[in-house]
Design a protein around this ligand. Structure first.
Ligand code: SAH
Length: 259
């Protein structure tokens, strides 16, 4: 019996697959990919004989049965997930039935869409003395949020918030940010299909107008929302610079020029 690999396919651009993901795709006998978000271009490295299946219309049980039957048939099996498999990827729900079936699993990380979105807009998620913390979260829709994780509570930290799966909930986001003390003029970044060649859209707005801007652009799925006091810092006249490159700062690899 062979191993089932859960592989992060990255945010969409096939060039953002890891070398390991690319090698595993080229060696696989069977690939089950999350068709709604994983680019089919990633499959160009697959062998002619590889069984490739889109999981878009499948239930969790069908997905697990498919993976188990291929692994039992001794195939080299890959489950290709969007971004990183450990974020909103139902990873453990899929691994548990494989554990029960005695099938070995391994996980390969991928570039998550929050990072691809920040990169698309040339933004940083941390800045010295502005924020040093990033929260990956989502807003409560049909999936309930655990206690203490409502956006009102998370936003109270005034750090960077990367919100997955929440583009249809922008009204709630506006209300929560304002309730947590963010100004209506705070910048918000929305990136649709970050890194997808020819499809990516970058929308810059504020707490007040981001919902209208997204509506106008027709964006209602596959988008990352980043609310952060760092957004737009490229245009700030003054930055608190990182200590790492400060001439007056000594660290393991460099002595301060003056003390
Ligand atoms: N595991 C994935 C997230 C899966 S949940 C990851 O690490 O990125 C799906 C959500 O991820 C979408 O609703 C959207 O918010 C975000 N997403 C996935 N791909 C994206 C992309 N290319 N651009 C922007 N957001 C994306």
């Amino acid at each position: 019996m062979s191993k089932v690999w859960f592989v992060g396919a990255g945010p969409g651009d096939p060039e953002l697959l890891t070398l390991k993901a690319q090698r595993l795709i080229s060696e696989a006998d069977a690939i089950l990919y999350a068709g709604s978000l994983v680019s089919e271009a990633a499959m160009t490295w697959a062998k002619e004989s590889c069984a490739i299946q889109d999981s878009k219309g499948m239930t969790l049980e069908q997905i697990c049965d498919w993976l188990i039957s291929k692994a039992k048939g001794n195939a080299n099996v890959l489950r290709l997930q969007t971004g990183d498999p450990g974020l909103y990827g139902a990873l453990i729900e899929m691994i548990q039935p494989l554990d029960k079936a005695g099938i070995e699993v391994a996980v390969v990380p991928g570039v998550t869409s929050a990072m691809a979105s920040a990169a698309a807009a040339a933004e940083t998620l941390t800045l010295p003395e502005v924020t040093q913390t990033v929260i990956f979260s989502r807003v409560e829709g049909r999936t309930p949020m655990p206690e203490g994780e409502s956006l009102d509570e998370l936003a109270a930290h005034h750090c960077t918030l990367c919100l997955y799966l929440s583009i249809t909930l922008l009204k709630k986001i506006q209300t929560s940010l304002v309730a947590a003390g963010w100004s209506n003029q705070s910048p918000i970044l929305v990136v649709y299909k970050a890194s997808w060649p020819g499809e990516e859209q970058i929308i810059r707005g504020t707490v007040e107008n981001i919902r209208d801007k997204c509506k106008q652009a027709g964006i209602n799925s596959q988008a990352m929302i980043i609310a952060s006091p760092t957004i737009g810092s490229r245009d700030w006249p003054e930055l608190k610079k990182s200590k790492l490159y400060d001439a007056n700062f000594t660290h393991r690899f460099r002595k301060a020029e003056k003390t």
